[in-house]
Design a protein around this ligand. Sequence first.
Ligand code: ADP
Ligand code: DP6
Length: 326
Amino acid sequence: MKKYKAKANANIALIKYWGKENEELIIPNTSSLSLSLEALYTETKVSFIDSDKDKFYLNDQEQAKDELEKISKYIDLFRDLAKNNKRVLVESYNHVPTAAGLASSASAYAALATALDALFETDLSKKDLSIMARRGSGSASRSIYGGIVEWEKGQDYESSFAKKIDNPGLDMAMIIVLVNKNKKSISSRQAMKTTMATSPLYESYINHSKEDLEAIKEAIKNKDFNKVGEITEHNAMQMHATIISSNPPIIYFEEDSIKAINKVRELRTKGIPAYFTMDAGPNVKILIQKSDADKVMEELLKDYKESDLIYSDIASEDASVEVLEC
Ligand code: ADP
Ligand code: DP6
């Protein structure tokens, strides 16, 4: 029997995806841009099983009905594509806290799509893998690639996929400040829907994020780290202002998120370029230059335990798969 094991890195968006034009097909309202992170990843093994149901283990724990149904529905996409109705055993390991705003769904579905493509012998191109990963979770479309990645919104099933952007030599890394590793109380998927339905600022976010995307691509080309950082911070705070203005309000910030943001500002007053971003959760990600990593760590360790900080280089590898003979 053959098992396939795929690995994909998580990614953190500098220009955020928030809201869908088409919920079923996961076509977003905006294009987005991210960095894939080497330190955060998912590894997923898949094999066929002789059963009338799929089986799903996450970090060695068999998953309950709702998670199994969700993943089975996703595997159906590959069963349809391959015209093969066999059931699948999925054994996945997250080297990233699950559902805490650290992009576990991105690395998860990029790894799963890559593994299922090998198992079902669908032989998808990178573009089609990105489309299939997108069907599991929008941000997963970007985790098919290492480096700097743009997910072009597109307008239909075929035209919404991610691609790698050239890095002309910008020196970048990220440090994550773990404010809270627990599962968030409201998923990105649900929060996006509420924001779109109720926030009076939503349209403004969509318009500004288009400008931010063009501006950040220009700053990347010009190797202008400070500009990249300024746009990153502003885009994330526009997204959060929009989320907070939902009705009822959705607040992902915790007291310690603000503390971490203030620490980043303090780094800047000390002459160290550092910029923050946050996703659908309280954890704060700090964009730094890799060449400043030791200095930044030294400063952060004055206020944080080593175990509260994750340093990550930008991943250089794309998602990949290997065969395990059992
Ligand atoms: P996050 O901020 O971690 O991406 P989301 O709410 O967007 O949080 O997504 C978390 C969801 O992604 C989980 O509830 C689960 O359904 C799915 N997920 C996370 N890790 C895996 C995995 N390794 N395999 C399959 N699904 C996963
Ligand atoms: C704030 O990709 O998790 O991290 O497509 O519904 O699965 P679904 O949402 P998801 O949302 C990610 C939101 C974000 C911003 C980003 O990664 O671009």
